[in-house]
Structure formats: structure tokens, C-alpha cells
Design a protein around this ligand. Structure first.
Ligand code: HEC
Length: 194
């Protein structure tokens, strides 16, 4: 019985080895190209579905209700476009993110980009006009002292050279982005509340 089995195996082995030689010489047989193709198609579909969902999520998340923000302290409103929002996010991350990521102010927790702190300033900064004006000519919260030599701005773009790259439209997009984030992120935008 045992012998028989081992004989069988031997026979099988031989047959298998014979096949193996052929198989190794042509890899297509070992891993048929149609299987590779199916696998790549599957991966591509999964990947594109994933990308599509994430893009749609951003577009849905930042709908026009969220993109409607205060234009000025008088309470007029403006709806920024999705492109402006995206542009604002990019520019903010590059030019302001080092100190203001997530709406905080690294060295000055009480002068953050939170809704409350921006509303405290004179004139108010919780609107496009106030924020654009700050990026041109930043002042202390009471609006009395020019701090452009300390804070990056258009006034001090010779010192903070990366500010030179920002056009009027860019300032608007950054301001819009900050105000949308206040609405979108909620209380998490700015320093953590105790
Ligand atoms: C090098 C760090 C740094 C960078 C970069 C920076 N800021 Fe600031 N920002 C500060 C500091 C510090 C303060 C607090 C100033 C003060 O004490 O009045 C501040 C304050 C502000 C305020 C006032 C907040 C309030 O509650 O009144 C605004 C608005 C602001 N920054 C916007 C920006 C924008 C927009 C950019 C990018 C274009 C930017 N900042 C880049 C450090 C920075």
C-alpha cells in the first residue's frame, strides 16, 4: 500500500517536474496575463472609486452654505467659490500654516484665528474685509499699533518676502478659507477650549 503510494508520487513527481520545466520557461502560464490584467483592472477600479469618493466628500463638505461668509463688519455676506476655497487652503497652508495651523496662533494663544478672537478685534476681523486688511497692515487687537514689522503682511513684504507672491485675489481666497473653516470645523478651529 505504502509502496504503491510512493510509487504513485514518484510517477506524479516526474510528471509534475516535466510540466514544471515547461512552466518555468514560460511565465505567462504560471501567472496568466489575463489574471494580471484582471487584477490591475480591479485595483484601478478600487483606487478610482476611493479617489472619487474623497473628491466628492470635499465638494459636499464645503457646500455653498458653508462657503457663504461675512464680507464686512456691516454683516453683508458673500459666497466664495469652491476654487477660491481650495486656492485659499493651499495658500494658507504655505504662507500662514507654520504659525496658524488649525486656527491657532503658535506664540500667542489669545490672538488666534477662532471666531471669538477675530470678533474681539477693532475693527472686527471675523469677515473678509477685516482679514484682508490685516494681511495688508496688521495691528494689535485694539487696532491702534501697527505690527507689520512683526507680522507677515503686504506692508512688510520686503522682510517677509513670501508675502510678495500674494495678489489681492489670493488675500481674498485666504480670508475666505479662514472664515469657511470657522464654520466647517466648528469649535476645533483655534486653540482647544478648556
Ligand atoms: C511667523 C508666524 C506667523 C505667520 C507666518 C503668520 N502669522 Fe498671523 N499671527 C501671528 C502672531 C504671533 C499673531 C498675534 C499678533 C498679536 O499678538 O497681536 C498673529 C495674528 C494674526 C491675526 C489676528 C488674530 C486675531 O484674533 O485678531 C490674523 C488675522 C492673522 N494672524 C492672520 C494671518 C494670515 C492670514 C497669515 C498668512 C498670510 C499669517 N497670519 C501668518 C503669527 C504669524
Amino acid at each position: 500500500m505504502k509502496k504503491n503510494t510512493s510509487n504513485l508520487i514518484n510517477v506524479d513527481d516526474k510528471t509534475f517536474q516535466g510540466e514544471k520545466t515547461i512552466t518555468v520557461s514560460s511565465p505567462q502560464k504560471l501567472f496568466p496575463s489575463s489574471r494580471i490584467l484582471k487584477f490591475s483592472l480591479f485595483t484601478a477600479t478600487v483606487l478610482s472609486l476611493f479617489l472619487l469618493t474623497s473628491v466628492t466628500t470635499v465638494a459636499q463638505d464645503v457646500n455653498d452654505v458653508l462657503r457663504t461668509v461675512a464680507a464686512n463688519p456691516q454683516g453683508e455676506e458673500v459666497t466664495i467659490s469652491l476654487n477660491q476655497y481650495r486656492m485659499g487652503r493651499k495658500l494658507f497652508n504655505v504662507s500662514c500654516g507654520g504659525c496658524h495651523a488649525g486656527g491657532i496662533t503658535k506664540t500667542s494663544e489669545t490672538v488666534s484665528l477662532s471666531a471669538e478672537d477675530l470678533a474681539k478685534a477693532v475693527p472686527k476681523r471675523n469677515n473678509i474685509e477685516g482679514l484682508v486688511s490685516y494681511m495688508k497692515n496688521p495691528t494689535t487687537t485694539d487696532g491702534k499699533i501697527d505690527i507689520s514689522i512683526l507680522h507677515p503682511s503686504k506692508m512688510s513684504q520686503d522682510m517677509f518676502t513670501y508675502m510678495r507672491r500674494l495678489s489681492e485675489e489670493d488675500l481674498l481666497a485666504i480670508a475666505g478659507y479662514i472664515l469657511v473653516e470657522i464654520k466647517r470645523v466648528g469649535k476645533q478651529w483655534g486653540p482647544t477650549k478648556k
